[in-house]
Design a protein around this ligand. Structure first.
Ligand SMILES: Cc1cc2nc3c(=O)[nH]c(=O)nc-3n(C[C@H](O)[C@H](O)[C@H](O)COP(=O)(O)OP(=O)(O)OC[C@H]3O[C@@H](n4cnc5c(N)ncnc54)[C@H](O)[C@@H]3O)c2cc1C
Length: 528
């Protein structure tokens, strides 16, 4: 395999996304997390010279998440006069995005988009034919009905895209995860949300115009009273439409980037919960909507019940922190007791709630320990905002007496890294001993009455689950974004160690491939 490097500067602004490029038998995973860090990466990776048009670099350059920090004026001027700047510019210009390789590498995405467009077109066509031939409605009613049917479909789809446990189950199937672009579910959810807004405006304007055309009642009677008796529940349809518009406007405005990323994530979180009111009013508003929503909503309710049941059970979600390592660079590592029934795969993430920090806040973090590690799971948290800074400060400021009170061990790697590493190693050995002792395992959780409680939801899957499907993976990470790779690499090492056998007779060392359960396909890993 030939790897060609074309070095280029990227300003990594915001991202907890893993950028995932499956190429024939090579997968490139990129994960960045550093608000102000400039990371130099190898942006071109070719399988061989003849496949020069692989779309890796165009993805990177086009992805505004990777380009949205402003370089300083000096840097802009400096870059303007460098050859590299012009080389990159003409190189990118000369490449068409829609090459055969681009289409091949994004086939499942393209199929899904075409399917989505066809469904929307099909539904619109059905309404046009039905309304103009069977009911012979006027054009405004036809427009309103097109808006209605598309809203029914999209409001159903938007909820399906957030069924996290269903997505997790789909991801478990190798063929399904290859053919359904599961990693795009949040982006698609955002897109469908925006489309719903457009459709809602279109649908509302069509009805408003139609009310203006009608002569039985005045426009305001149609709009603001139940008197004309429109709809299926007590003439409540126009009023419920107004309520829906208000709720939708709140949800959409509070989901905007400047709210989510502007330090007001909780505003986004709490206003997004209005979706429940939205769906209830929508069922009242639209006569047939319940038929669309019933199946996904049942799944959604089952997921919520499952999530709530597991979250508070000590075998799944309610656990406690064993120890904490204060790392340099404002990072803290929490070692959490792994509940008995908590199963996950390398690269998965969980939502954590620390009741002593904030009672109702859940924050997502990637599990950085290996799934083979049965006694604990770890997460690395960078102090970046309100909650994470409070977590960092709480454990950093804890005195030795408080540690004892809270049944907690704190390793201060920010002060003395060697000592902290030695302490951690010693602690792991104690945990392994406890783990081997069945009686001890039962006693430990109950005796920790003062322990730092942690409630975990999940695990939720990410595209990192796919790494074991490929022969060769290239993992590229920066800053705290390397956490899933820590889990993947530790998992590989654990599998490797488990496969180690020593011959009884000749004392020779060997590796048994049958013991490598997960890693049946993967041959090579590059970590940059
Ligand atoms: C799948 C995933 C995995 C992650 N893994 C890690 C990790 O391993 N290590 C790590 O340090 N950070 C990780 N994060 C980011 C971490 O969840 C946020 O930094 C943290 O929630 C910030 O909360 P805050 O109140 O301190 O910051 P705020 O000031 O409230 O927000 C800072 C940023 O974090 C985002 N954010 C805030 N709250 C949430 C939330 N509840 N859910 C999602 N995003 C939020 C906001 O968009 C904002 O841009 C991950 C995020 C996601 C989505």
């Amino acid at each position: 395999m030939h790897i060609h490097y074309c070095k280029r500067q990227f300003n990594i602004a915001e991202s907890y996304r893993t950028v995932f490029f499956p190429l024939k038998d090579l997968i490139l995973l990129l994960r960045f997390r550093n608000e102000h860090e400039t990371i130099e990466i190898q942006s071109e990776i070719y399988l061989n010279e003849s496949q020069r048009s692989l779309p890796v670099s165009s993805h990177l350059v086009d992805d505004d998440r990777l380009n949205n920090t402003k370089p300083s004026k000096y840097r802009v001027v400096q870059q303007f006069f460098t050859n590299r700047k012009w080389y990159s510019y003409f190189y990118e210009k000369s490449r068409s995005k829609f090459t055969v390789n681009y289409l091949r590498n994004n086939l499942e995405r393209i199929i899904c988009i075409i399917l989505y467009i066809l469904i929307n077109l099909g539904l619109s066509l059905y309404v046009i034919v039905y309304r103009s031939t069977v009911t012979k409605s006027n054009v405004l009613i036809v427009f309103a009905r097109i808006g209605e049917i598309l809203l029914n479909f999209n409001c159903t789809l938007v909820i399906i895209l957030m069924l996290k446990y269903t997505i997790l189950m789909l991801r478990m199937n190798k063929d399904l995860r290859k053919w359904i672009p599961l990693d795009d579910h949040i982006d698609f959810h955002k897109f469908v949300g925006r489309f719903i807004t457009v459709l809602a405006i279109f649908h509302t304007i069509s009805h408003m115009a139609n009310f203006g055309r009608r002569t039985e009642h005045s426009w305001s009677t149609f709009m603001f009273t139940t008197y004309p008796d429109i709809g299926w529940i007590g003439g409540f349809t126009p009023l419920s439409g107004i309520i829906l518009c208000i709720i939708l406007a709140i949800i959409i405005i509070c989901s905007m980037k400047w709210i989510r990323h502007g330090g007001h994530f909780q505003v986004f979180y709490w206003t997004h919960l209005l979706y429940l009111a939205f769906y209830i009013v929508l069922i009242v508003h639209a006569r047939v909507f319940w038929k669309w929503i019933i199946a996904p909503f049942t799944l959604f309710v089952l997921e919520k019940i499952y999530s709530n049941l597991t979250r508070y059970s000590s075998d799944n979600g309610r656990t406690y922190i064993l120890s904490v390592t204060i790392e340099p660079s404002n990072v803290i590592c929490l070692y959490i007791h792994r509940p008995k029934n908590f199963r996950f795969k390398a690269g998965d993430y969980i939502s954590i709630n620390l009741p002593r920090i904030a009672l109702y806040e859940y924050h997502p973090f990637t599990i950085s320990s290996a799934p083979e590690e049965m006694s604990y799971l770890s997460v690395h948290i960078q102090a970046s905002g309100n909650w994470t800074k409070r977590v960092y400060q709480r454990f950093k400021d804890m005195s030795d007496t408080q540690n004892v009170e809270n049944d907690l061990i704190i390793h201060r790697a920010d002060l003395n890294i060697d000592q902290a590493t030695a302490e951690e190693r010693q602690e792991r050995e104690i945990i392994y001993c406890e783990e081997g002792d069945d009686d001890n395992e039962r006693i430990v959780p109950d005796s920790r009455v003062h322990a730092e409680v942690a409630i975990i939801k999940g695990p939720y899957s990410s595209c990192a689950r796919c790494v074991f499907d490929y022969k060769h993976v290239v993992l590229i990470g920066g800053g705290i974004g390397i956490t899933p790779y820590a889990s993947i690499l530790q998992s590989l090492m654990a599998q490797f160690r488990a496969s180690h056998i020593v011959c009884k007779h000749c004392q020779g060392h060997n590796y048994n491939r049958r013991n490598i359960l997960e890693n049946r396909f993967l041959k090579k890993v590059d970590f940059i």
